[in-house]
Design a protein around this ligand. Sequence first.
Ligand SMILES: Nc1ncnc2c1ncn2[C@@H]1O[C@H](COP(=O)(O)OP(=O)(O)OP(=O)(O)O)[C@@H](O)[C@H]1O
Length: 647
Amino acid sequence: MSEVTQPRAAAAAPGPDTGDPRRPWRAGPLLTTFADAGVLTSADVRVAERLGDLTGEDDPTVHLAAALAVRAVRAGSVCVDLADAPSLVAEGSPDDPDAPLPAGTLPWPDTAAWTAAVRGSGMVADGVDGPADRPVRWVDGRVYLDRYWRDEQVVRRDVDARLTSLLDVDDDALRRAVHARFPRAQDARQRVAAATAAVSRLTVLTGGPGTGKTTTVARLVAVLRDVAGPGLRIALAAPTGKAATRLQEAVNAELARLDDAAVGGTVAAPGAARPLTASTIHRLLGWRPSSTRFAHDHAHRLPHDVVVLDEASMVSLPLLARVLDALRPDARLVLVGDPDQLASVEVGAVLGDLVARPTRSGPLPARLAALLPDDVPGTATSADDTRDAAALHGGVVRLVVTHRFGHELAELADAVRRGDADATLALLRAGGAHASLVEPAAEVPTEDEVPGLRGDVSATGARLVAAARAGDTAGALEALGVHRLLLAHRRGPAGVARWAALAQRWVEKTVGDLQPGPLSLGRPLLVTVNDRTTGLSNGDIGVLVSDGAGGVVAAFGESHAPRLVRPHRLPAVETVHAMTVHRAQGSQFTFVTVLLPPASSPLLTRELLYTAVTRAQEHVRVVGSAEAVRRAVERPVRRASGLRFAR
Ligand SMILES: Nc1ncnc2c1ncn2[C@@H]1O[C@H](COP(=O)(O)OP(=O)(O)OP(=O)(O)O)[C@@H](O)[C@H]1O
């Protein structure tokens, strides 16, 4: 924190209108300085000064705090910690990772004087009990736009209320059901998760890829039907249409498997009642295009007894607040996800916050210990177990047995998750069947430095084209899942645009007679909007194949049950030889190449690398300097939020 007590008013008198749309018009000197340095946008400044006008506040340092709270939201944070603001700003622009960092020292107000001005302002509600009609709120050094403060309070209060008392379930029946659905010794954590969902109104089910989260959801539905009856109203939902479809298919397949296993056995057939349908969270809540409110809220609650939200790492704070608002207080909420993955593109990292919250003592651990004494974490001595035992107070159950992943990949993902850069680099450099590192001479590799990548892209592209031309829809859809190039940036030397174009050239050279144009057979497609007419969702991946009668059709979905769409009915699509790591969330590929940006990129974070590594089923190739790898592992995303604090 700089020692400048008074803003350097003279440092930047508002200059003439330069025509630069990023430059705020007629703003005061302090905010203009921050805007000129690229820290604030003109929109941030406009909002802050408008709030000043409305509340009769003309102190520029208070305007600066409000403008930083607006900026924080753009960066995905719920609030801004004033003492932390200078270091956050040094991490770069939230909207434009290619923008240069602010040059020189900025006239940061002295923290103590700044805090006093903010707390005493008529624009600001001071503390948890401050007036409810102010647009900005200060709590323990954090400054919020009031709407996000209220959302945070909804989540905090509802979550705490859900954890203070337990539901009435017969212990013997529950124990029997849980053991019947999860019979093996290694299913201990899954048993704990199912028991938690039965007795607690909040379960936070976490785990890395392939740890059995979706399987657990299906079997915990079976357990709930066993103990509460088949008439239980259950909703499955996910942030995206694609994730909802996958959830529905996987849960119903597992329930059908349990049905088959139940024939002639002692447990009921859980799915026989009716298959479950999954929807997007917006749809569940009754999203209306013409309204800012959902059909379901505290006045019109959802009818469900159980609501399961999958891919909860992608759920924003405001959306979770709306879900909690709409949920009956006695209904069970099960949040499922991997908190180490990239968070929502909107505000908050609410799953991560719920996992990292300081634990308040609740009745759940004792009840679970009585129900499943051999299964609850805490008896072992590892630090992870101790943490997992404490997390049970918050309804958090972490699955730890990897069922699908290659052993070395799981080890690599774990090293990244733990923030151990040396171990990550050692595992990558050791190479082998599951991981490899290509270290370019400069920050961004040349084409010649990545022959392996070129080979994989070309081979996958050629396989796609061959299957597509032969009208082999299943073969083409399988080829889509073989190799994928992932990047952090959309633009620039290490961006999707450049590398997707290169990939296209490589495929063209390999195939030789690739037909040009948008209807090229074997063209891999990424849907970029939700489309009700075709049922396609933003993020769905498909491929153009021959229909066997001289025409072209786009194929999406699983190879055993493809969805076919005529090209003229397709919504907006892109060619997808390469995609951002964000886009790849929720998908997996046999082989993944992740091309890291330069070490200076603000997008290079632990969550980015973890998400990229965990997209691979068999092999991940990391292309990037050792410095970039180290930087990524050592830099967890910082999203400011009050949920991680006691109040
Ligand atoms: N208790 C179990 N015993 C044996 N196999 C299991 C068990 N639980 C899950 N599996 C298997 O492990 C694999 C991964 O499970 P699942 O898809 O449920 O994991 P996940 O955590 O949801 O993965 P992802 O996050 O990648 O979707 C599946 O093949 C599943 O059948």
